[in-house]
Design a protein around this ligand. Structure first.
Ligand SMILES: Nc1ncnc2c1ncn2[C@@H]1O[C@H](COP(=O)(O)OP(=O)(O)OP(=O)(O)O)[C@@H](O)[C@H]1O
Ligand SMILES: O=P(O)(O)O[C@@H]1O[C@H]([C@H](O)CO)[C@@H](O)[C@H](O)[C@@H]1O
Length: 160
């Protein structure tokens, strides 16, 4: 059964978020490019979901990734990246954002918990001010050493 239904516009997500908040269910939010998925993504996303009742993932659009990571990225387009993330059983919603940062999306979602991998310092996580001001928490999760989309691309480049 397809899990594409989890890929939502912000308007569609609003309704779901209202329902979850009405039921006092904790919403965990994280975001990223997730260009080439790897086990580091999986480890931290699984752990993120354990922090609350629902996991929402904000995903950069292709243009946003291009501005952030360079003109030769993403390797996988937004359709592929969102479909793969939505296919994870523990992911409840995937929402694309086109801005350079998820600040406006986080302002709209106002999650209970904002999470990134600990390659980020909590004080540098975009949206931390919004979540803390709303009484939420900002957390980082352990980094699975040896895995990054960039290093996978570099390894592929060495194949002749
Ligand atoms: N090895 C890892 N272990 C745990 N979390 C990770 C790991 N790599 C990335 N993350 C987390 O995944 C999210 C998405 O990061 P991103 O898509 O930039 O991954 P990446 O592998 O670092 O990509 P790139 O190499 O293109 O920067 C971020 O919250 C980041 O903290
Ligand atoms: O996949 P990345 O590079 O970890 O994702 C970026 O994360 C930034 C982060 O949230 C800053 O705290 C974000 O601003 C950017 O848009 C990418 O999602």
């Amino acid at each position: 059964m397809s899990t594409s239904h989890k890929i939502l516009t912000t308007g569609e997500a609003d309704q779901l978020i209202r329902q979850w908040k009405g039921d006092h269910e904790k919403i965990v939010f994280t975001n990223g490019c997730f260009d080439i998925m790897h086990v580091g993504h999986l480890d931290y996303l699984e752990a993120a979901r354990q922090l609350g009742d629902h996991l929402i993932i904000g995903v950069n659009t292709d243009d946003s990734v291009r501005r952030l990571k360079g003109s030769n990225r993403p390797i996988n387009d937004a359709y592929s990246r969102t479909r793969l993330l939505a296919s994870l059983e523990f992911v409840d919603a995937v929402i694309l954002f086109d801005e350079d940062t998820p600040y406006d999306l986080i302002k709209r979602v106002k999650p209970d918990i904002l999470v990134k991998g600990d390659d980020y310092l909590t004080e540098n996580i975009v949206g931390a001010d919004i979540v803390i001001a709303a009484g939420g928490e900002v957390k980082t999760l352990p980094f699975t050493e040896g895995y990054s989309s960039t290093s996978i691309i570099e390894r592929i480049r060495t194949i002749n």
